[in-house]
Ligand binder design. Sequence first.
Ligand code: C2E
Ligand code: MG
Ligand code: MG
Ligand code: MG
Length: 292
Amino acid sequence: RAKGLGGNCYQLYEHRMNARAHELLVMESSLHKSLRAGELRLFYQPQVDLATGELIGMEALLRWQHPTRGLVLPGEIIPIAEDCGLIVPIGEWVLRTACRQLKELQQHCGTAVPVAVNVSSRQFVKTDLVDTIARTLHETGLPPRLLEIEITESMIMHDLDAALAILSELRRMGVRIAIDDFGTGYSSLSHLKHLPISRLKIDRSFVRDVATNANDAAITGAVIFLARTMGLEVIAEGVENAAQLDFLMRNGCILGQGYLFSPPLPVDELVTFIHGRCDSAATALAVLQAFA
Ligand code: C2E
Ligand code: MG
Ligand code: MG
Ligand code: MG
């Protein structure tokens, strides 16, 4: 009897696995089409000076305007794209779009803050990442100092020599490098010291309970101290409330990003966000038309 039951369970399991595999295949083929169909979007989350609220940068975040499912988030897109190799063309699309749109903003709004682009490990190990970035900057005319590449600790530690070569070349070009989700991976501080990094991003998981949890407070405080000691910029991710803001400012963190300031915005709403910094309503309108 037990055997029979096991058999049933297995059949149910197999059925579910098949359904899941089928769903993934369908998603994979529609993601393939999404690129050509123009269904991919970039949202931009403002990064601010915590003390003044001044815009100091923005992070480009991928969205997929799916014809029937609505807005699909990167948590679902990226794993599929990495699995089937689509991450490379999608990554190039993200890079090109972010550079092009920031260039438009720079021309029409005088926006001179960098845009941060997330790069996945699959793109990072591809040997032509530096060439792709150089070509994209050249084609879009965006000054290299206005581009920031976000990578994770594990991408660096996976092959330290290769990472050092890539990062050094990017830095030589004038592109900025940020370590994303800092504190969640494991990286050796002695190695970090030798890498040409501009900025550490404190992971949202530490910031969340920073005002109430002693461990998170200690870790966040230590990362801020570490960054400042090493002469790096430090930015807190996922700042949602005044208590977190207060802790961060008291502990010497200058920069932040999170729902307290703004969620990730579609580009027209980003223009509205920046509007206060545009010279006139006319220029804002020109930007909107440039994006249309
Ligand atoms: P990330 O790079 O750490 O990006 C920050 C994530 O936190 C974003 O989620 C953002 O919407 C979310 N977030 C920002 N502020 C808050 C807040 O105050 N509270 C909370 N709860 N969340 C906040 P999103 O857009 O869903 O992206 C998730 C991850 O997907 C990103 O994490 C990044 O690792 C990856 N990703 C996004 N876009 C791209 C891309 O173009 N290429 C690659 N390779 N990965 C991407
Ligand atoms: Mg990021
Ligand atoms: Mg992050
Ligand atoms: Mg994160």
